[in-house]
Write a protein of this length. Structure first.
Length: 522
């Protein structure tokens, strides 16, 4: 009971609070100039009138569902009876930026609410300001801490800033985005966004483009983000690189040895061959050193010509020294008349091929082990035996049991005649069943020993096949015994089989052939 009272009290209190205040939707509207929007003020009871004041408009809008007197502004909502007072603005103007006020007449009093209407204003073009200054020629020495500031002025709302180097994210240390308010003469508040970036310059930074890009509410597909750019120039000594090798040169011909190096500014070249120094632009004996050729992006092509290349020349080490105002760097070059050797590293295709080949080989080996253990496929006609003492003793016992069973059957049949044929047959069948069970146990024991050396999944599969083969063998033995008994009964019922020919007074011996389920007379 107390719970119901509490729920009713909460509902009444909520209704009272709702009826006593004006709810607005949305609280803040962020729009571009020219956009269409709906603004709504709601009250919990019927209202008498609806007035709305919009910044930049000269008069107050008195709105109703029944009439529309101001072009571009119409009533929006479910009606005055529903307590709703709203306006639809067909095209938002920049001057409409500010607070929209709605006034609702309720039972002799007036309630009001406000909505923040923000009309976006596109900021100015970004500006990059250098905080670390280059030299007179516009270059920064290698290792200099480069600092720059990007400013995006007079935006509403404030613009965001991102940095790029050659159209890739800069991934450098940047400061937090700073927003500075800048009021205008007409009391319209605009914002300026400022951010700094800094890092230590390396040769790889030379000739790269640093970009400051602004992102704003007014950006569209047809109006891309604005940006500012600066080309960074770095001065540095010739860049070191590993020993170079030049292949494919022809003996007894003029060999051209080309090496590409990076330096800024232009380096001066000097070759040394076993103590012989050849400066750029000079010829010493069979060796000629050319002037460096600029390739772009601070790269230079350095060339050495060797007249009448000999086999001995291919065994020498050619030392190259590049020097500029920031330092010097030595390089080593080897030459060869043979073709370029293949790469030692394997590509992805070769690695995948090797993995697939190994997997196929492992699968084939497992299948062969399975076939050999179960006597299938090419191993189906072979009997695999392990020459152990246990199997040898078992085979000897089986041979003795078979011989005894055959001799007993023959003797009983001869002495008893046709009257004792059935008893002999039963005894022979029993002995034969024992013999077959012993023979079946031999391969099962051998296969169980082999299964121990197989993996777990192969042993499980092998066991399943053994169970199926055992059931099939037992069913076949039962059918064979039944057929043999039926054949013997038919032969005994026939007079010819019971009568003794006068020319042959010897009794017949019934012999069971173990290789074929047929009774024969001898």
């Amino acid at each position: 009971m107390s719970r119901i009272v509490f729920v009713l009290f909460a509902a009444i209190l909520t209704d009272a609070l709702t009826a006593g205040q004006v709810n607005v939707e949305p609280n803040t509207a962020l729009l571009n100039e020219g956009d269409r929007t709906e603004l709504l003020c709601r009250y919990g009871r019927t209202i008498n009138y609806c007035r709305i004041e919009i910044p930049g408009e000269q008069k107050v809008l008195n709105l109703s569902p029944e009439w529309s007197k101001t072009p571009g502004f119409t009533y929006y909502g479910a009606g005055l009876q529903a307590g709703q007072c709203g306006v639809t603005i067909e095209r938002v103007k920049a001057s409409n930026n500010g607070q929209v006020k709605c006034s609702l007449g309720v039972e002799g009093e007036e309630l009001s609410g406000t909505i923040d209407l923000v009309v976006a204003l596109r900021p100015q073009q970004p500006i990059i300001e250098l905080l670390s200054k280059p030299n007179r020629e516009g270059y920064f020495p290698e290792g200099t801490q480069f600092s720059a500031r990007c400013s995006v002025r007079d935006g509403r709302p404030p613009a965001n800033i991102s940095w790029y180097i050659d159209n890739m994210p800069a991934n450098k240390r940047t400061s937090q985005l700073e927003i500075i308010s800048t009021p205008t003469n007409d009391n319209v508040e605009l914002s300026t966004s400022v951010q700094e970036i800094q890092w230590h310059l390396s040769p790889e930074d030379s000739n790269r483009k640093l970009v400051c890009r602004s992102h704003h509410q007014t950006d569209r597909e047809t109006v891309p983000p604005q940006e500012a750019a600066y080309i960074i120039n770095v001065r540095y000594a010739p860049v070191h690189q590993p020993e170079a090798s030049v292949y494919g040169l022809y003996l007894d011909h003029t060999a051209i040895v080309n090496i590409t190096i990076r330096a800024s500014p232009l380096p001066r070249i000097e070759w040394t061959i076993e103590g012989l120094v050849v400066s750029q632009g000079r010829t010493e004996g069979r060796y000629s050193a050319y002037e460096p050729q600029y390739l772009g992006n601070d790269e230079y092509n350095v060339t050495l010509a060797i007249a009448g290349l000999t086999l001995e020349d291919t065994t020498k080490i050619y030392n190259l020294r590049a020097t500029n105002e920031l330092g010097l760097t030595d390089y080593q070059v080897r030459i060869s008349s043979s073709s370029k050797p293949p790469s030692n590293s394997l590509d992805v295709a070769a690695i995948v091929g090797i993995v697939v080949a190994v997997a196929v080989l492992v699968l084939v080996v497992l299948l062969l082990l399975f076939a050999r253990a179960t006597g299938r496929w090419c191993f189906g006609g072979k009997s695999i035996k392990t020459p152990t003492n246990e199997t040898s003793d078992t085979e000897s016992a089986d041979i003795k049991a078979t011989s005894t069973a055959t001799a007993t059957t023959a003797a009983t049949t001869t002495m008893g005649g046709s009257g004792l044929g059935v008893s002999a047959t039963e005894e022979s069948s029993a002995n034969n069943s024992n013999e077959q069970e012993a023979q079946e146990q031999q391969p099962q024991q051998q296969q169980q020993k082999k299964a121990k050396s197989l993996p777990a999944f192969a042993a499980a599969i092998l066991k399943r096949f053994h169970e199926k083969d055992a059931r099939k063998g037992k069913d076949k033995d039962v059918e064979t015994t039944a057929e043999a008994a039926l054949t013997l009964a038919n032969e005994q019922d026939t007079p010819e089989s019971n009568a003794i020919d006068g020319n042959d007074n010897e009794p017949k011996a019934i012999v069971w052939q173990s290789t074929s389920p047929v009774w024969t007379f001898k």
